[in-house]
Design a protein around this ligand. Structure first.
Ligand SMILES: C[S@@+](CC[C@H](N)C(=O)[O-])C[C@H]1O[C@@H](n2cnc3c(N)ncnc32)[C@H](O)[C@@H]1O
Length: 237
């Protein structure tokens, strides 16, 4: 159920309070290894602004009281997760492999919003809430993550000349990524929506072709605050 009295300004206000309660030094070390706190000082205002833009585009496309599975959800997704829970009463499962980031974000949520049914979960999205279908899958800059897929990431962003691609490693990473995409796509109830970045949408289109699912991609693309990848929406039937 929608949180009584919640509106866009209360979502933004709660996001600001949670952000203020975050340990930015820790988040700086997790994301950037060095100079991170300074980076966040510059990026933080964009997280709220671009996060709200993404949330405003997403919310009309998902049903009230449905359920979202977010893969690799971090700082950038927080405004969207809050809007889903507070304005649409949706059940949000937000997963991330980085245990420390999950602990930092949950500590801020515990402090500022103890009653809100939203916490990040440390673990593989394929294993968390296993067996449950979701009508929305959020997957932003996961298949391009340099920590998880260094070669796929280099290829996706055009950072490696073809002559230097480690082909064996590329094939191994591609098979792992395909397996992940298949497992995630299997969790999506159809009709269902995928929110994902332009660079990684092809993983899901391949899954759709394999099961004969139709799709329609939205034209609108919105940049994310941290990685900066353009994000859009694809509906699958
Ligand atoms: C490059 S970061 C992007 C973070 C965030 N989505 C953003 O746009 O700022 C990729 C994230 O995906 C997470 N990830 C990779 N594979 C995952 C999986 N199977 N389940 C959950 N999270 C995963 C990593 O732990 C990492 O936090």
């Amino acid at each position: 159920m929608k949180k009584p009295g919640a509106d866009w300004s209360s979502v933004a206000a709660l996001h600001r309070r949670i952000a203020a309660a975050c340990d930015w030094q820790a988040l700086g070390e997790i994301y950037f290894h060095w100079g991170g706190e300074q980076f966040w000082a510059e990026k933080a205002p964009q997280v709220g602004e671009l996060g709200e833009r993404l949330a405003r585009a997403l919310l009309p496309k998902v049903r009230a009281a449905g359920a979202s599975l977010w893969v690799g959800a971090g700082v950038a997704e927080l405004p969207v997760l809050l809007a889903e829970v507070m304005l649409r009463g949706r059940d949000v499962v937000a997963t991330n492999l980085r245990e420390r980031e999950v602990a930092v974000l949950n500590a801020a949520l515990d402090k500022v919003a103890p009653e809100l049914p939203l916490r990040y979960v440390a673990g593989d999205a394929c294993e968390v809430a296993a067996g449950r279908p979701f009508d929305h899958l959020g997957c932003i800059s996961v298949f391009t993550d340099p920590e998880t897929w260094p070669v796929l990431s280099d290829v996706a962003y055009g950072r490696v000349p073809p002559v230097q691609v480690d082909v064996e490693r590329f094939v191994a990473e591609r098979e792992q990524a395909r397996a992940l995409a298949r497992k995630l796509f299997a969790r999506l109830a159809r009709p269902g929506l995928v929110t994902t970045s332009a660079e990684e949408v092809a993983w899901f289109l391949e899954c759709a072709a394999a099961v004969g699912a139709d799709y329609e991609a939205d034209e609108e693309l919105i940049d994310t605050a941290v990685v900066g990848d353009p994000v859009g929406f694809v509906g699958f039937r």
